[in-house]
Design a protein around this ligand. Sequence first.
Ligand SMILES: NC(=O)c1ccc[n+]([C@@H]2O[C@H](COP(=O)([O-])OP(=O)(O)OC[C@H]3O[C@@H](n4cnc5c(N)ncnc54)[C@H](O)[C@@H]3O)[C@@H](O)[C@H]2O)c1
Length: 379
Amino acid sequence: MKQVKVGIIGGGLMGKEAASAFARWFVLNDSPAQPVLTAVADLSEDVLKWYKRVSTIELLTTDYHALLASDVEVVYVAVPHNLHQQIYLDVLAAGKDLLAEKPFGIDADAANAIYTAAEASGQFVRCSSEFPFLPGVQRVIQEIKSGKLGTLLEIKSGFHHSSDLDPTKAINWKRQVKFCGQIGVMGDLGMHAAHVPFRLGWYPDTVYAQLQKIYTERPDGKGGMAACDTWDNAVLHTAVTIDGRSVPMTLETKRMAPTETNTWFLEVLGTEGGVRFSTKEPKTLYVYKREKEQYWQKTDLGFATPYPTITGGIFEVGFPDCFMQMLAGYFEERHLVKNGLPSSGRFTCATPAEAVASHKLFAAALQSTESGTVVGLEW
Ligand SMILES: NC(=O)c1ccc[n+]([C@@H]2O[C@H](COP(=O)([O-])OP(=O)(O)OC[C@H]3O[C@@H](n4cnc5c(N)ncnc54)[C@H](O)[C@@H]3O)[C@@H](O)[C@H]2O)c1
């Protein structure tokens, strides 16, 4: 395994998740590269203190430019959305490869600017979206590609949270337009819902969006209240052309979905069969069969991840596993691309083009809500 020095800019929730995955890289059986976390930049000294437990760290800094001046080859950036454009462009200008967090810029203009710079740089850039790396999602993709579903009838893809239903939950940057963006919940969760449909070539021809803002203020954590001005829930009713037919595809992202703590799901139904997976039942694949009677067949999947690990095949997967699988995908693909080697055929991270496409869809969704009409999209 070739060692690759990695830096993290933004050491919060996701920075720590990445650090933990790098620290147990030996779990992977055949990764061609081993990321070694040597530098972390975060504005908070408290956050930086947490990283003192990582033995490979050489640099902890509050100035991300110092990290970019170090000898890291790859940078994972996990900062609020208003900072994506500047920091991603700085990473590219410093000659480093980038694993960007979604939504890849605060809006479509930012995403396009990052895309243009990434293409011009020739550096390896991908965008985070980990759920498709779960065995259940891989099986859903296989079933769809097999053609066994017949003529497709409908597609439902989504990601639901519920903690915002608590009105006493304090405000944070994800609930404020100036940090999270006009697209609100779509910026937080939308790439997760769009990644697999886009990878299957399902780009909507039209979108009619229903966006909801429920609570307009939240406790500010200092005894007062603060404006909570982002969209909470977004249901995008889209139409996508598959095999010459228009198929309804619903993309749902919600922060207020009762009972759903962190539920990613995808359901695709056809005339001959169907598939359904949800992280609510992380090891279970549902396959719809149409025989004399119709029924859902339920299969326990085990640990059949796209990037093989030491973990026993009968065990269950979870969030840290799919996040690590995504990182394995990033480092394998980077290794293959950099060495001019053919693709392994395994599932790979969202591309800058897919991230830009998600922004185009979210911008059209905003337009649809403003106008109350169906908005057309061209790709
Ligand atoms: N892939 C996923 O499942 C997933 C989940 C949550 C969040 N995210 C994405 O990850 C990114 C970060 O989200 P989070 O939940 O980790 O946020 P967070 O608030 O937990 O962490 C962000 C960190 O960035 C730091 N920061 C802010 N400005 C900085 C600067 N100029 N230089 C260095 N550090 C700075 C903050 O101090 C904070 O520690 C966002 O783009 C978000 O959409 C992805």
